[in-house]
Design a protein around this ligand. Structure first.
Ligand code: AMP
Ligand code: MG
Length: 406
């Protein structure tokens, strides 16, 4: 069994064992935030026809070559075309069509002039300057030309993607199924949220934090509940999770103490343990296993340790599993805003928040960095790395940080 391995090695082991789950077809109305399971190629031009960008008159530019204030050109209006209607007449020399915003350009016309720049009656329009051919015409396919790859497979569907799919007439769309992830909390000390505190007991907060992060990432959480620190009980709950979900995340019991039974429970189930412990702080007490083609991730019970590992390592794997083409956390350089006075004999990740000031990118530490300090995850969208063997770090120092977005 691999033990105390680097973060990157643990990450690549998880990536290698993660399978993209199935696809489903859903209504466009339900598609926001889902991951596209097909490449979207524009089967039509958007817009589908050349149209007028405003209310005015369409005619042939060549009719106005010599037009001026002193020498206006008068054209005969042959019809009116509002938005939503097709022209029925062809524009010939000396004629114009009254056209409204969004209406198709009639055949024969190659330019449009706004009402405000003309003088008109019911039957005639006067023009005072030469127009250029093609001027003031929104061409067919101006937004998207037919045949263009509009969105790649594996893209998260955002508001403009929804709009473009609607413009193309896609009432349904193929997306990846949302991963179902079971959440198991282990620990004799754990109470449900509604229970009053008793001596030595705490409430099970990890289950809620995990649900929150998972839901923000487009996952369907399956809460398995609490297992006592007994390997048989933990094993039974893991089996329950395997039956209901695509992956399991447990918290607690993954360390080296007498009551840390998750590893024993996995052995009891015949799961293959992929590694135990990773060489970082916080969150070294973590393990990964697989059974029935599904990953089982055991995180520390300490709320911050668990969530830092979740963000650094587990959410990227989950995004991959969810079919996203881009799933790794982005790395950026930040300038520390605060001192961090502790030494870091081991590689450490600091919780912080991105701050922009005078064009520079800073990280403000979001609070205490203890393993149990969940409050410093509030507002945390950066995890900055202090290399192992470092002394205290000071405000003004530059660090590499992962952007964590869920
Ligand atoms: P463990 O990883 O089991 O050694 O637990 C480490 C610390 O995390 C202990 O202080 C536990 O009480 C705490 N802890 C474990 N599970 C949870 C949970 N579900 N919610 C909040 N704290 C927890
Ligand atoms: Mg425990």
């Amino acid at each position: 069994m691999l033990q105390n391995i680097p973060l990157e090695q643990a990450q690549s082991i998880l990536n290698a064992h993660c399978k993209i789950i199935g696809k489903e077809t859903i209504r466009l109305n339900d598609a926001l935030g889902r991951v596209l399971a097909e490449e979207i190629v524009a089967k039509e031009d958007i817009p589908p026809f050349a149209r007028s960008p405003f209310d005015g008159y369409a005619f042939r530019a060549s009719d106005t070559q010599n037009a001026s204030r002193a020498n206006p050109v008068t054209l005969t209006i042959i019809e009116e075309v509002p938005a939503g209607y097709a022209p029925t007449k062809q524009v010939t020399p000396g004629t114009a069509v009254k056209i409204l915003t969004g209406a198709p350009i009639p055949e024969g016309a190659d330019t449009v002039v706004k009402y405000e720049d003309t003088e008109f009656t019911e039957t005639e329009v006067r023009l005072f300057s030469p127009s250029k051919s093609g001027e003031n015409i929104v061409s067919a396919g101006e937004d998207v030309a037919q045949g263009t790859v509009l969105v790649e497979q594996g893209t998260v569907i955002t508001a403009p993607v929804l709009g473009l799919l609607a413009a193309l007439g896609a009432a349904e769309v193929a997306v990846y199924r949302r991963p179902r992830i079971a959440i198991l909390s282990t620990g004799d000390e754990l109470l449900e949220v509604s229970e009053p505190l008793l001596p030595g007991k705490i409430r099970n907060s990890n289950s809620y934090t995990l649900q929150g992060y998972l839901q923000s990432c487009g996952v369907e959480p399956v809460v398995i509940g609490i297992a006592k620190d007994k390997k048989e009980e933990v094993a039974a709950k893991i089996e329950e999770g395997l039956a209901q979900a695509d992956m399991i995340i447990s918290t607690g019991g993954a360390s080296v103490g007498d009551y840390d039974v998750v590893k024993d429970a996995l052995k009891l189930l015949g799961a293959e343990i992929l590694y135990w412990q990773i060489d970082i702080k916080p969150g070294s007490a973590t393990l990964a296993a697989h059974k029935d083609g599904k990953l089982i991730i055991g995180l520390s019970g300490n709320p911050a340790s668990a969530m830092v590992i979740l963000q650094l390592m587990v959410l990227p794997v989950i995004k991959k599993m969810a079919g996203r083409a881009v799933y790794a956390n982005e790395k950026i350089q930040v300038i520390l805003k605060d001192d961090f006075p502790k030494a870091s004999p081991r590689r450490r990740f600091l919780r912080g928040m991105l701050v922009f000031e005078n064009g520079l990118t800073y990280m403000q530490i979001t609070g205490g960095q203890g393993n149990a300090v969940l409050s410093s995850m509030i507002g945390c969208n950066l995890l900055a790395e202090i290399p192992g063997g470092s002394g205290p770090v000071k405000a003004g120092e530059r660090l590499t940080a992962y952007l964590v977005d869920c």
